[in-house]
Design a protein around this ligand. Structure first.
Ligand code: ZN
Length: 207
């Protein structure tokens, strides 16, 4: 009979947590690359690395659309475009697992008399869609889809300006280059004046 079969439950080693398992693999990955995690400064680097990746992918465990479930009566019957501008975010490029921080403008044009959502919620939706392995285009697409689906809108917009570490720090080394993506729906896409108005809201800077 093996030891493990006879051991009392309390004698058995606790199963490793997902974070511990990930840190062990991260340590092995770094060592395979000739980056030994020894010495006081680097000894805990695999654990810190794993926590950083987990933080930047926390959106995988969240439903961003829940922020659009609490609505308020509009104060105006002729409500214009509502926008959260220069919303900061950090996303993780799914091709390299390197961060791309940026800023976004998230906007919508409510239908006449429609209930509206708190401004901070527009930022939360974008930030939680960003906090997962992503490509910039998909963040914009998912954000406008969430607004279209959960709010009574005449149109939605998400304009993102970002600097990708995988583009600016390696490979093509396009230092300082920013990537701009634009997603517009409804009248914010089709009405030239509304389109020009929402695009004038920026974001003007990537970070
Ligand atoms: Zn990349």
């Amino acid at each position: 009979m093996t030891t493990s079969a006879t051991a009392a439950p309390s004698d058995r080693p606790l199963p490793a947590s997902p974070e511990q398992t990930a840190a062990e693999h991260a340590r092995a990955m770094l060592e395979a690359l000739g980056i030994p995690c020894t010495g006081e400064s680097m000894h805990r680097t695999p654990e810190r690395y794993v926590r950083a990746i987990a933080e930047m992918t926390r959106g995988l465990r969240l439903d961003p659309d829940r922020h659009l479930g609490v609505l308020f009566p509009a104060e105006s019957t002729n409500q214009g475009i509502i926008a959260a501008v220069d919303v900061p975010f950090v996303a993780l490029c799914e091709h390299h697992l390197l961060p791309f921080p940026g800023r976004a403008t998230v906007a919508y044009l409510p239908a006449p008399g429609a209930r509206i959502v708190g401004l901070s919620k527009l930022a939360r939706v974008l930030q939680e869609y960003a906090a997962r392995p992503q490509v910039q285009e998909r963040i914009g697409e998912q954000t406008v889809a969430a607004l279209d689906k959960n709010l009574d809108v005449r149109g939605a917009a998400c304009v993102i300006r970002s600097r990708h570490a995988c583009m600016t720090l390696r490979g093509v080394e396009a230092h300082g280059a920013a990537m701009l993506t634009t997603h517009l729906t409804g009248e914010l896409e089709t009405d030239p004046a509304l389109r020009a108005q929402v695009l004038s809201y920026g974001p003007s800077e990537a970070v």
